[in-house]
Ligand binder design. Structure first.
Ligand SMILES: *[C@@H]1O[C@H](CO)[C@@H](O)[C@H](O)[C@H]1NC(C)=O
Ligand SMILES: *[C@@H]1O[C@H](CO)[C@@H](O)[C@H](O)[C@H]1NC(C)=O
Length: 384
C-alpha cells in the first residue's frame, strides 16, 4: 500500500471490492539473521540458490495476496506482504474499528518472547490507517527469521476489512514510521542480513483462475516462475520501490501517450495495491482504449464488460529498453456478481507516482534487488 502520510494523500484507491493491504520491514537491529535459524528449519526449505527460501501466497480473489508469517514463540498469522510500505504490524487483541477491520486472528502479546517497547505507532495508507503499540520479537517468513524486530500491535484499524491479520512492509526504511519512532532501523528484510546477489526478494502473483498459489522468494528468484530476461530499472529513490517514469509510454487499443508527460514522473511497484493507479487523464485514456466504461465516481472505479477478459486488447507500458504487455485476462477483474472492473484506475496526483499494483505483478514476475537498488520485471509463467 501507498503510505499517504509520507507523500501527498492518495485518494482512497477504489471502492471496496478492490482494496489491497500492505506490509513492511525492518533493518539490521542486532545479530538477526539466517545464522540463527535452527538447522532443521534450514534444511526443510526450498532452495533455488544456496540460501533462498520461498513461501506460498494465498490469492484472495485477485485482490490481495497473503502469507503465513511466524511471530514470537510459534504463533502463525496471515499477513499481507507489501512492497509499498515499510512497517510490520499485526492485529492486537484490543483492536477497535468502525468497519470490521479488527475481525480475524490476533497476535498474542502474552507470548513471553515478545517485549513491549512502551512506544506507539500510527501509519496512514492510501486506503486505511492503523495505530497501536510497538513490541519487539521474532518475525519470520519461509524460515527467514528476523530477531528482535520492532513491530506494531494494532489497537485501532480502518480500511483493512478484517481479512489479513497484519502487514509486512517490504519498502525502504526511510518511510517506516516505526523506525522513526524507535530511532533505529526496523526493516524486516534488511534484518535478515542477506548480502551480495542474495540481497533481494521476488514476487510471483498467481491468477485466481489458474488456481495456483502466489509465491515470495527471499534471497533470490525462483526461475520456474518466469521466462526470458529480467529487465531492470534503477531506483531513483530508496523510499518506495520507485523508478523514473518520465520516458514511460502506454498503449491500449487506439490510445497511447507518454505517462511522464505531466509533473509526476515516477512510478512505484507495490504488491500491496490491487490496481494500477494513474492520474485521471491517463486513466481515462487507457480505459477508453481498453473499452471500459467511463469512470463511475459513485463506485470509484471503471466498470468493464467481463467478456473483454477474453477478447480485449493488451495494455502496454514501454520503457526505453523494454515493453511490458498485460493481457486482458489480468486487467479485467471479476467482482463475482456478473460485473467486472478495470485494472487501471484514477488516484495518482501531481506529486504522487504512478502505482503499479498486482495487475502488473501478475503478468510480470518482479524482483526487488537491494544489492543494486533496482527493480526487475520478467514474464511470469502461469500454469494456464
Ligand atoms: C498457512 O498455514 C495453514 C496451516 O498449516 C495452511 O493450511 C495454509 O494453507 C497456509 N497458508 C498459506 C498461504 O500458505
Ligand atoms: C456506478 O456505480 C454504482 C455503484 O456500483 C451503480 O449503482 C451505478 O449504476 C453506476 N453508474 C453507472 C452510470 O454505471
Amino acid at each position: 500500500m501507498f503510505v499517504s502520510s509520507i507523500v501527498l494523500a492518495l485518494a482512497t484507491v477504489s471502492a471496496s471490492p478492490v482494496q489491497t493491504p500492505i506490509t513492511l520491514k525492518l533493518t539490521k537491529q542486532s545479530t538477526l539473521g539466517l545464522e540463527n535459524l535452527a538447522a532443521s528449519t534450514r534444511s526443510s526449505i526450498n532452495r533455488f540458490s544456496s540460501d533462498s527460501k520461498s513461501e506460498p501466497l494465498q490469492n484472495v480473489q485477485n485482490v490481495f495476496y497473503q502469507a503465513n508469517v511466524t511471530v514470537g514463540n510459534g504463533q502463525v498469522l496471515t499477513v499481507d506482504l507489501d512492497t509499498g510500505s515499510s512497517d510490520v504490524w499485526f492485529r492486537g487483541s484490543t483492536c477497535t474499528s468502525s468497519d470490521g477491520s479488527c475481525n480475524g486472528n490476533k497476535v498474542d502479546i502474552t507470548d513471553s518472547s515478545l517485549k513491549s517497547t512502551g512506544k506507539t505507532f500510527s501509519t496512514t495508507y492510501g486506503s486505511g490507517s492503523v495505530s497501536g503499540n510497538i513490541y519487539t520479537g521474532s518475525v519470520g517468513v519461509a524460515g527467514a527469521v528476523a530477531q528482535n524486530l520492532p513491530f506494531g500491535v494494532s489497537t485501532q484499524e480502518k480500511g483493512f476489512n478484517g481479512v489479513a491479520d497484519g502487514l509486512l512492509g517490504l519498502g525502504f526504511n526511510s518511510i517506516s514510521q516505526i523506525s522513526q519512532t524507535m530511532g533505529s532501523p526496523a526493516n524486516w528484510f534488511d534484518a535478515l542480513g542477506y548480502t551480495g546477489s542474495q540481497n533481494q526478494f521476488s514476487f510471483y502473483l498467481s491468477a485466481a483462475a489458474d488456481g495456483d498459489n502466489g509465491e515470495i522468494t527471499i534471497g533470490g528468484t525462483d526461475p520456474s516462475k518466469y521466462s526470458g530476461n529480467i529487465n531492470w530499472l534503477p531506483l531513483n529513490s530508496e523510499t518506495y520501490w520507485q523508478f523514473d517514469a518520465s520516458q514511460m509510454k502506454y498503449k491500449a487499443g487506439g490510445k497511447s501517450g507518454n505517462v511522464g508527460a505531466w509533473f509526476r514522473n515516477n512510478a512505484i511497484s507495490d504488491t500491496g495495491t490491487t490496481l494500477i493507479i494513474m492520474n485521471n487523464a491517463q486513466a481515462d485514456a487507457i480505459n477508453s482504449g481498453i473499452g471500459a466504461q467511463p469512470f463511475n465516481s459513485t463506485a470509484g472505479i471503471y466498470y468493464i464488460d467481463c467478456g473483454l477478459a477474453k477478447t480485449g486488447v493488451p495494455l502496454e507500458f514501454s520503457f526505453p529498453s523494454f515493453t511490458m504487455s498485460i493481457p486482458p485476462a489480468y486487467y479485467v477483474l471479476d467482482n463475482g456478481d456478473g460485473t467486472c472492473i478495470s485494472g487501471v484506475t484514477r488516484g495518482a496526483g501531481f506529486l504522487t507516482p504512478t502505482i503499479f499494483g498486482d495487475i502488473l505483478t501478475r503478468a510480470y514476475y518482479t524482483v526487488y534487488d537491494k544489492a543494486n537498488n533496482r527493480v526487475g520485471f520478467a514474464q511470469a509463467v502461469h500454469p494456464h
